[in-house]
Unconditional design. Structure first.
Length: 442
């Protein structure tokens, strides 16, 4: 009688199975090396049919599955536990773009496609796939969808779930749901694809998707703006939306301390202004018309803001290379700063993020002279201060990366018992054996 591993190898072949500890190691930990697992094997199927067979074999043997894409997440969602009984189901071999339909503005891609490659394929068809984030050179679209990734263009184009028209999913039973439809209107019942987007692999394995494409913008304008405070940045956002409308693609906030770290560790980076300011906003505008109209528009808007003393200074990129240089930099904040200073005197706050869609990355660094290990021992208390402040302002403790295992218990403090119960009921219905990414999200 064949062992479970032999059965899996018969499905995926020698190229699709990794069992040696040295080769398994990169798949067994997360990007920040905060979680370390011990999988029984890393399985790398090359097709949806192989994924389905692997999942059926796991269901028969009650083997837990940890789906994994580019493994760039920060919450441990794609990391197995240390039991040695789970398999990592890595989808990187499923990297075909099945179709680009420029007339319908859609692209059908497999889960293992690297995000940057999808952007390039869209551009070659004179189209735009707007999902863009720091890890786009290695993150994969299956993981992007499973965590409902956002990135820098959410303000104009929305999160990942708003960029998907259809999905192909292998269910925990091994059945394949073919929902690869390129329809923009389909009111024939529940929108099943939305169950799997943002589910972090706990309800099924996303194997392919039909993605929305957009006309390729013909002109761009990038500007860095200096401001006194985040409150002034919000006022500028309101002004920019009023003056520029849907041309405003990105609106990123970062503090001077954040800039100082960039300048310290990336010596080739130039400061955007001769002097330093408390806060900065990076603005990106795009237009379907060629020419200088979009740059003229943003320059006029910023000149008015400067005259009215709403901003301290502004620099509009005069070339594509200067625009790239600007991007290499990058009411909740002030209240949370006060709470953090009370909880841990001397902490340094590296705050930046997508202010245009309300997503602030709030990174807290140890006080000067305190060993990182000692600081990490108190990280739970620091997280609690930030998360409680987020809840007080009606926000979410995870706007990127999901819950994974990092925030699985923390979310119980902020979601109602009814909401948690509804999530558990959905999980039990779709995954009654509990084999899909156990210990994540719920």
């Amino acid at each position: 009688m064949r062992s479970f591993i032999e059965e899996i190898q018969a499905i995926v072949g020698p190229a699709g199975l990794i069992t040696s500890p040295m080769e398994v190691a990169p798949y067994a930990t997360d990007w920040r090396k905060r979680y370390l697992g011990k999988p029984a094997a890393v399985v790398r199927p090359a097709s949806t049919a192989e994924v389905a067979e692997v999942v059926r074999a796991c269901a028969d043997s009650r083997t837990a599955i940890v789906p994994q894409g580019g493994n760039t997440g920060l919450c441990g969602a794609a990391t197995p536990d240390a039991s040695g009984t789970q398999i990592v189901l890595n989808l990187s071999r499923m990297n075909r773009i099945r179709e680009v339909d420029a007339r319908n503005n859609t692209m059908t891609a497999e889960a293992g496609c690297v995000l940057a490659n999808l952007q390039k394929a869209a551009e070659e068809a004179q189209r735009l796939f707007p999902l863009s984030l720091a890890a786009e050179g290695s993150s994969q679209i299956g993981g992007n969808l499973s965590t409902n990734a956002g990135g820098t263009a959410v303000l104009r184009y929305g999160n990942a779930r708003e960029l998907v028209l259809g999905l192909e999913v292998v269910l925990p039973s091994g059945e394949v749901w073919d929902g690869l439809r390129g329809l923009r209107k389909d009111n024939t019942g529940y929108d099943l694809k939305q169950l799997f987007i943002g589910a972090e692999g706990t309800l099924g394995v996303v194997t392919a998707a039909v993605l929305k494409l957009f006309p390729l913008p013909k002109s761009h304008a990038t500007a860095v703006v200096a401001l006194q405070s985040p409150e002034k940045a919000l006022a500028l956002l309101e002004r920019a939306l009023g003056a520029c409308g849907e041309r405003l693609t990105g609106f990123e906030l970062f503090s001077d301390f954040c800039l100082s770290l960039v300048l310290k560790h990336f010596r080739e980076t130039a400061a955007p202004f001769p002097r330093r300011f408390p806060h900065y906003v990076l603005m990106e505008l795009s237009d379907m018309q060629s020419g200088e109209s979009v740059r003229t528009l943003v320059e006029s808007m910023l000149e008015t803001a400067l005259e009215q003393e709403n901003i301290l200074d502004a620099a509009v990129a005069q070339s594509e290379s200067q625009s790239r240089a600007f991007w290499s930099l990058r009411e909740f904040i002030s209240a949370t700063d006060v709470e953090l200073a009370r909880a841990q005197p001397g902490v340094r706050r590296v705050t930046f993020g997508h202010l245009g869609d309300g997503n602030v990355h709030y990174n807290v660094s140890p006080p000067a002279g305190l060993a990182p290990e000692a600081f990490m021992r108190g990280s739970a208390a620091i997280n609690r201060v930030v998360h409680d402040s987020v809840a007080r302002f009606g926000g979410s403790i995870s706007a990127e990366h999901g819950l994974g295992q990092a925030k699985r218990e923390e979310i119980l403090r902020y979601k109602s018992p009814l909401e948690m119960d509804l999530m558990r009921r959905i999980k039990r219905t779709l995954d009654p054996l509990g084999i899909m990414n156990p210990g994540k999200v719920l």
